[in-house]
Design a binder for this molecule. Sequence first.
Ligand code: SAM
Length: 236
Amino acid sequence: MEQILTEGLAALGIEAGPAQIQAMAEYGRLLLEANEITNLTAITEPEAVAQLHFLDSAALLGAADFAGKDVLDVGSGAGFPGVPLRILRPDMGLTCLDSVGKKMDFVRQACGRIGLEDVVCLWGRAEEMPALRERFDVVTSRAVAELTALAELCLPQVKVGGLFLAMKKPDCDEEVARGDFAVRALGGRLREIRRYTVPGTDTVHAVAVIEKVKPTPGQYPRRWAQIKKKPLLGRE
Ligand code: SAM
């Protein structure tokens, strides 16, 4: 894993010292070990963990400045993209949030093992967290929901002037266009869609970079059942 990470980060233009590479490799090993007992990831080869978890997450550093920022990772699962970002930007604050408690237990324990005791791990649903409202400079999310619903889970937690980074498949133009009404209704504005190739693979991914330009109206987020039943599509 170490070599793939070193070469991949260099290909992304990201500087990382030996301690950071080691921390990522150790977290990856802990993930694979824990995955034998608890279902945490479908990616089970060390090489693929390095590429599709760590390097894919690290590529977000090209989309925003994370230095000194308070970051929330919504639907973080086993800690992606949040934990690799925190390893590479030691001065950012990281809160991971997931609705599955065992995933947050893993992230808390594994972060403790690599010396990141200050990572906050919250078990709960993003749309039921009023205490997090407009508290974060950057909110990230990978593989959690379609943008129309995802925007309602994530944008309320972003400070005005902050960013919401939604990691998507490369063919996300339609999804992003469909989500535009929701993004605007929740106080956001699409800045750009950035595409990148995960180093060492043919995998192209995208990130929708959304700015928070005004506060989210108080009626959002709604309960999940409402978000699903009446998506913010602007047709009614
Ligand atoms: N982001 C991680 C990654 O890319 O490896 C995990 C992706 S996994 C496919 C989606 C995660 O989102 C699951 O762990 C699930 O529990 C979490 N999730 C889904 N809806 C959520 C919600 N409303 N609030 C918090 N977490 C949620």
